[in-house]
Design a protein around this ligand. Structure first.
Ligand code: FRU
Length: 492
């Protein structure tokens, strides 16, 4: 794997033409997605600044232009009218000033008046590489560039380590209060979140305290990308605890999950109503962000990075990495979040493939971008994706009726990666398996189980010959090819 020097990783982008050759090489990769957002070149990680404004969805991403490497991070801007079709607008937040000399790190957005404001982490490093994180503000201009506020809203709190980042802006319209919640690490190495408040969204931010979450004082050593969402009358604390192993997740050490509970903003106590749930049971999902300003308290719209920190992917060899998950609608059912594909996604269905006669005891050709829907009757069920024509290999989904467990196993794929994080993931289904909706793009697989009760999101890099699928069990199966929805234009 390529070794990057610090100079190469942190090289400042001066002229878009510097990226043209890389773009030309990248866009011909067999793993380029057709209905998922992906980096124009280089590496994409967290979704940032997801917000509804002026009849459009804005979604930015953490972007390192030069290759599959976490170097100098920019915010790259994309927009959509419907959350399905997306268009590249180009780089918008440039690092390199005093407070963000080594990166414009993750954050969120909020419309104020008639403009969108971006709250982000300025990653400043001294020449000796000591880090000083700042919470910064920038106004998105109509021409797509940003106007940075000359001074940060606040700097690092001295009682915590240098790991303080990822501001999520929360406006509590009913109580007329504004908050920023920030991921942090205590000096004795525990992950936590910090809360800041201000009367005016643009000025006067001050520290309110550390969020107290009884029972979660020792839960990972850093919490990245925390937020508190309000969905269907409940509060949900979402965050990414790091360097923690969880049962059933191999030695994967970075997770994205949530706790349902009640937030008391006066005491800053978040009282959990249950345990920590992982948001996604698949292999590649992190740094999820819910859109701000969606104007509907019954649901949220969430998007996540289909990737993980400290991990390599097969496209690293092609000098690019990462993509986004499909945006999902979040609602609450009982003590769980339900994640469903957006209803409008059905519009991407192009051609329904007639599976009659294939009799699903054999294999059928698998299009590279498609949706498979299965209505499953009681009993064991197996779905093999990306297997050979002979049915061997691939990624398998197995449901065992006796154990009432669904398992996704990727160990049969020719291209194996991040194997130390485990190659199979399971989720109990006490009520049995009834329904699956599977979305396959050129290098991803998203499996929605039982109408959003569980989701498995994974990158997958099929090689020549890994192009069939089969289904065993009593299931009614439909398959559609899907139209491209995300433009891969060279806009810098
Ligand atoms: C999460 C993260 C954030 C940080 C950003 C930098 O993946 O590490 O905490 O702001 O990525 O790109």
């Amino acid at each position: 794997m390529r070794e990057w020097t610090r100079e190469e990783k942190y090289r400042v982008l001066k002229d878009p033409q510097e990226l043209w050759d890389l773009y030309c090489r990248t866009r011909v990769s067999r793993y380029r997605q057709t209905f998922h957002l992906q980096p124009v070149t280089g590496l994409m990680n967290d979704p940032n600044g997801f917000v509804w404004h002026d009849n459009e969805w804005h979604l930015f991403y953490q972007w390192c232009p030069w290759g599959a490497v976490h170097g100098l991070k920019y915010w790259y801007h994309t927009v959509s009218g419907d959350l399905i079709t997306w268009k590249n607008l180009g780089v918008c937040l440039m690092p390199g000033d005093t407070y963000d000399n080594r990166g414009a790190y993750s954050g969120s957005a909020m419309p104020i008046g008639d403009a969108v404001y971006l709250y982000y982490t300025g990653n400043h490093r001294d020449p000796d590489w000591t880090r000083h994180p700042y919470t910064c503000l920038a106004k998105l201009r109509d021409d797509g560039w940003t106007e940075k506020y000359p001074l940060p809203l606040f700097g690092a709190h001295p009682d915590y380590t240098e790991h303080q980042r990822d501001p999520k802006i929360i406006v509590d319209r009913k109580r007329g209060k504004n908050y920023i919640i920030l991921g942090a690490q205590t000096k004795d190495g525990h992950g936590c979140a910090l809360v800041y408040g201000a009367e005016d969204l643009l000025h006067g931010w001050h520290f309110l305290g550390q969020l107290k979450v009884p029972g979660f004082e020792d839960f990972g050593d850093m919490w990245e990308c925390p937020s508190i969402e309000h969905i269907g009358g409940k509060e949900i604390l979402m965050f990414c605890p790091q360097h923690l192993t969880l049962p059933g997740r191999g030695n994967s050490r970075n997770h994205n999950g949530y706790i349902i509970g009640t937030m008391d903003w006066d005491s800053l106590i978040f009282t959990p109503e249950g345990r920590f749930h992982v948001l996604d049971f698949g292999f590649d999902s992190y740094a999820a962000e819910c859109a701000n300003n969606i104007q509907d308290e019954s649901k949220a719209v969430l998007v996540a990075w289909m990737g993980l920190p400290d991990s390599s992917y097969p496209t690293d060899e092609e000098d690019w990495q990462g993509c986004m998950t499909l945006p999902r609608e979040l609602t609450i059912r009982g003590r769980r979040l339900i994640q469903q594909p957006l209803p409008l996604l059905r519009q991407l269905r192009q051609e329904e493939i007639d599976l009659r006669g294939e009799e699903l005891s054999g294999t059928a050709p698998l299009p590279r971008a498609c949706e498979i829907e299965l209505y499953v009757r009681p009993g064991d069920a197996d779905v093999d994706l990306f297997c050979g024509r002979d049915g061997n290999g691939g990624l398998t989904i197995r449901y065992s009726e006796t154990q009432k467990v669904i398992t996704v196993d990727r160990s049969g794929m020719k291209r194996r990666f991040n194997t130390e994080q485990g190659e199979s993931r399971a989720r109990p289904l006490p009520g049995g398996l009834t329904h699956l909706r599977i979305f396959l793009d050129h290098s991803s697989c998203e499996i929605f189980v039982n109408d959003g009760d569980a989701v498995f999101t994974s990158r997958v890099f099929p090689e020549e010959g890994e192009d069939h699928f089969s289904v065993r069990g009593d299931a009614f199966v439909r398959l559609w090819t899907l139209k491209p929805a995300v433009r891969d234009d060279f806009v810098i």
